[in-house]
Design a protein around this ligand. Structure first.
Ligand code: LFR
Length: 493
């Protein structure tokens, strides 16, 4: 059987990569062709992504694919919620804004005052979270003139699909992160947009994952991508990661672990009930009609921001060194609510963790190892309370946990997750997102049958490590403390 090659562009909030994926009928392998760091910066008073830099780095990465093996197709996935705006002539209006801008919290309050929490949740099935697109658009409408000239909104992966092929549509999984898409009715929540003063005319046609968006155009269409199609994968990175999660049992929990930890289960339908609303669980679109019922738990962002803060003070610690130091610290000494609002924006994260401990009466962690231990334990505890909330809403406790993404390398976090949840934790694949992106392209090309086959192929190809739980009463007590802190933080919001 001939080997099929596709290119997956996977954009994370801190770095992006271009991956060459090959399928030989047995194995699905991913080889990184290039990786590039990027950072949002303020432009015109709003934190924005470096669109020009990303475009340059993606173009260079695709150029480096080489011409040895023909590339059948290319697709882009990225973090959710952010978007670009096209003018009527198809040019991009300006650089896409970043969901970590404090303007979004202001807009969230305005939306709550305008239509209320129930309306926002019931019209969409999306958790109320300041990062959602709807709040950025509300802020655009009320504080800028951006929307005056905007003809079409494209979710971020589709901004790059547009640059590659000229397409002007948005893929479903990406649209589902907006907080403006009705996950039950499967259409834009047009009425909600209008009630909020967001012009519904900018909301584009939505297409399913696996849609052929046309040939690669322009200079790129003449290099390694000559003859290649642009095929929309599951544009939302979390959706791509879950496609390539080799679940060992029905109803198992996924933790897609990168900048964020997305903690949830795959369900056949959106779950929009008073219970899911009270638990603020979100419904995100998956491939082949599925939904992910999940919560955004803070992720490795906390450790990455800590590393950046220490580096500014002259202390360079690799990620692995930091985890090593944390492993030497006693567990559960200090616990924070990792989802507290003060941890969202970039800044001096060790100081914020210390201040949180001080305020809530935990011993204040003094060393990098102690701060990192506190973060790891707190994340694991937050996974546990999310498991409990999901089980209460679905009525089915998950039998196991699958951690994918960069966090699947962190053994300390995996063991803490097993201990906190009392469940076996399977780690891997680390490159789930790129594999899932490629796999959906391969399904569209007719090389793989469906998601079940994708998962079977990933299970045979990837290296999966399992941690067994060592349940202890201390995790119970700590989880109760986390629940209390979460209630207090929600009251402070
Ligand atoms: C993960 C992710 C989450 C989304 C957050 C912000 O990378 O896509 O799913 O909620 O980033 O976009």
């Amino acid at each position: 059987r001939a080997v099929r090659t596709v290119a997956a562009v996977d954009l994370g909030a801190e770095s992006g990569r271009v991956v060459r994926a090959t399928f030989d009928g047995e194995r699905l392998d991913a080889a990184e062709v290039s990786r590039f760091a990027h950072l949002p910066r303020p432009v015109d008073g709003i934190l924005r992504w470096d669109l020009a830099g990303l475009t340059r780095d993606i173009t260079a990465g695709l150029g480096a694919l080489g011409t040895d093996a023909p590339v059948a197709s290319v697709g882009v996935d990225s973090w959710g919620v952010d978007y670009g705006l096209l003018r009527a002539d198809g040019t991009l209006l300006d650089a896409p804004t970043c969901y970590r801008d404090p303007r979004q919290l202001v807009a969230l309050d305005e939306a709550l005052a305008t239509v209320g929490r129930d309306r926002l949740y019931r019209a969409t099935g999306t958790q109320i979270n300041e990062i959602n697109t709807v709040f950025a658009l509300l802020s655009d409408a009320r504080t800028t003139r951006r929307l005056d000239d905007a003809a079409t909104l494209l979710m971020l992966p589709d901004v790059f699909h547009h640059l590659l092929s000229g397409s002007r549509v948005t893929e479903f999984t990406a649209a589902s992160t907006s907080g403006l898409y009705d996950m039950v009715g499967r259409r834009w929540a047009v009425e909600l947009a209008e009630e909020l003063g967001i012009p519904a005319r900018v909301l584009p046609e939505v297409v399913p994952a696996g849609t052929d968006l046309g040939p690669v155009v322009g200079a790129l269409g003449e290099g390694p991508l000559a003859g290649a199609r642009v095929v929309a994968p599951a544009g939302h990175d979390t959706a791509s990661a879950v496609v390539a999660t080799p679940f060992t049992a029905p109803g198992a929990l996924f933790v897609s672990s990168g900048t964020w930890s997305l903690v949830g289960v795959e369900t056949p339908h959106a779950v929009v009930t008073p219970e899911s609303e009270a638990a603020n669980l979100t419904n995100e679109g998956g491939v082949a009609g599925t939904t992910r019922l999940l919560r955004n738990v803070m992720g490795l962002w906390l450790l990455q921001e800590c590393r950046r803060a220490w580096a500014r003070q002259g202390l360079q610690l690799s990620y692995a060194e930091l985890v090593e130091l944390a492993a030497q610290e006693p567990e559960l000494r200090s616990v924070v609510n990792p989802n507290a609002p003060e941890f969202l924006a970039p800044g001096d994260m060790p100081a914020r963790v210390q201040a949180y401990c001080e305020r809530t009466g935990s011993p204040v962690p003094q060393t990098p190892g102690a701060v990192a231990r506190c973060v790891v334990d707190s994340l694991a505890l937050s996974y546990r309370t999310t498991v409990e909330d999901i089980a209460a809403v679905t009525g089915t406790p998950p039998p196991a946990v699958h951690i994918t993404g960069g966090g699947a390398r962190n053994r300390l976090l995996a063991q803490a997750t097993a201990d906190a949840t009392g469940l076996p934790v399977h780690c891997g694949p680390v490159e789930a997102t790129a594999l899932g992106n490629a796999a959906v392209q391969l399904v569209a090309l007719g090389e793989l049958a469906d998601v079940a086959e994708v998962r079977a192929v990933v299970a045979r190809t990837a290296e999966i490590r399992t941690c067994s739980p060592r349940p202890q009463a201390r995790w119970e007590e700590a989880a109760a403390r986390l629940r209390q802190m979460t209630l207090d933080d929600d009251r402070r919001r």
